[in-house]
Design a protein around this ligand. Structure first.
Ligand SMILES: NC(=O)c1ccc[n+]([C@@H]2O[C@H](COP(=O)([O-])OP(=O)(O)OC[C@H]3O[C@@H](n4cnc5c(N)ncnc54)[C@H](O)[C@@H]3O)[C@@H](O)[C@H]2O)c1
Length: 355
């Protein structure tokens, strides 16, 4: 058991600076020793802003530092497995952003190195730390919904592709589009709430329709616009649908970074034989039950928390104790299996059986 740990943040971009660094700064058990980014100004700016740590521009320079206990990997998806595996092989624990990796084989390698080296590998599926999600999980565990037989996830936006032609829309970098970027959070949340059931069969279709003609793509707002590069690549899914049979409920989903329907929908419906819950993603939830011959609709109120912060603080605790947590790679691999099967199913237009 350690009282304090030294950490490094690899990738000082949106999520590194917006979530991981502030959380480590707020922790009374972690000190940031290194800020690392291949763009030197980004690492330098962090040292200046936070008044601590050293800027490094190549993560390999710090692999052998015996003082370093753990790292956050906040780079784009193509480097998740490479960097995480390097640090684990050098005796460091890792919190790697979602998705674990671009393809299943990378995620499986990360899992096997984590268990072979005994290093903690947590994946940034932060909804596992949401108070709303944990209240829903408890209601389901307590049997309030009865048997949850079907879960439907909707992660649909109007026209909202991130950074056309940048890292998000280049399959070689990202591994995929709406499914791997947004769907990963929804599928992981469903897996967590339902007790991490094993996926059995998957049928899916992924469409790349609206963004392919990048120059003529019309939109009113685009997140990650600063990475837009109209001379770049667009070869990922901008919408996706699927059906997953599991050892628990059947999961169905519709997702879209971009669709020609103006109404957006970001929610998850948990449907049981005694009750149901609609979870407004990143928000609260509504519980539908039957009591004494009456239909009851309840909108519980509770404290909303900062998921990213609580995720990082729990990672620090786990590194101090040397224990794995609920974001362990073993659980994240289930979602990787599902997403890989959706893409495979889409390519062959047939159902995929997961072993
Ligand atoms: N958990 C969440 O809700 C959430 C939210 C946003 C992003 N993310 C994930 O975080 C990751 C990063 O996304 P982002 O939006 O912060 O991207 P970003 O482009 O803003 O930041 C990535 C940073 O990594 C740096 N980088 C790239 N290769 C590097 C290397 N080899 N060594 C060191 N630094 C390197 C880049 O220069 C950049 O500054 C993605 O995997 C994304 O899916 C997760």
């Amino acid at each position: 058991m350690k009282d304090r740990i030294k950490v490094a943040v690899i990738g000082c971009g949106n999520i590194g600076c917006g979530a991981h660094i502030p959380a480590y700064m707020a922790s009374d058990k972690a000190d940031i020793k290194y800020f690392c980014d291949i763009i030197p100004e980004k690492a330098d700016a962090c040292v200046k802003k936070y008044g601590c740590g050293t800027a490094v521009y190549d993560y390999k320079q710090i692999l052998d530092d015996p003082e370093l206990d753990a790292v956050s990997v906040c780079t784009h998806n193509d480097m998740h497995s490479v960097i995480s595996i390097d640090f684990m092989r050098h005796g460091k624990d890792v919190l790697c952003e979602k998705p674990a990796a671009r393809i299943l084989s990378e995620a499986l390698e990360m899992e096997s190195v984590s268990y072979e080296t005994g290093r903690i590998l947590s994946i940034g599926v932060c909804n596992r730390y949401s108070n709303a999600v944990n209240h829903i999980k408890k209601l389901i565990d307590d049997g309030v919904l009865g048997e949850v037989f079907h879960v439907y996830a909707s992660f649909r936006a109007y026209r909202s592709i991130p950074g056309l032609g940048g890292d998000f829309t280049n399959k070689a970098v990202s591994g995929g589009g709406a499914l791997i970027d947004w769907g990963v959070h929804y599928l992981d949340l469903v897996e967590y709430v339902c007790g991490d059931p094993k996926p059995l069969t998957v049928s899916g279709e992924a469409f790349s329709k609206l963004g392919v003609d990048m120059k003529n793509y019309v939109y009113t707002r685009m997140w990650s616009e600063d990475t837009k590069d109209l001379s770049g690549v667009y070869d990922v899914d901008d919408s996706v649908t699927g059906l997953i049979r599991t050892t628990g409920p059947v999961i169905t989903f519709n997702g879209a970074w971009a669709q020609n329907i103006g109404e957006e929908g970001t929610f998850i419906d948990f449907m049981g034989d005694k009750g149901g819950i609609r979870h407004d993603y990143l928000g609260g939830f509504t519980l539908y039950t039957v009591k004494d011959g009456m239909l009851c609709t309840t909108k519980p109120d509770f404290v909303k928390n900062d998921l990213h912060r609580d995720e990082v603080l729990d990672f620090v605790e786990c590194v101090c104790k040397g224990e794995r947590n609920r974001n362990d790679i073993k659980n994240a691999v289930l979602t990787s299996k599902i997403m890989q099967a959706v893409y495979d199913s889409s390519e062959t237009h047939s159902e995929v059986r997961i072993h």
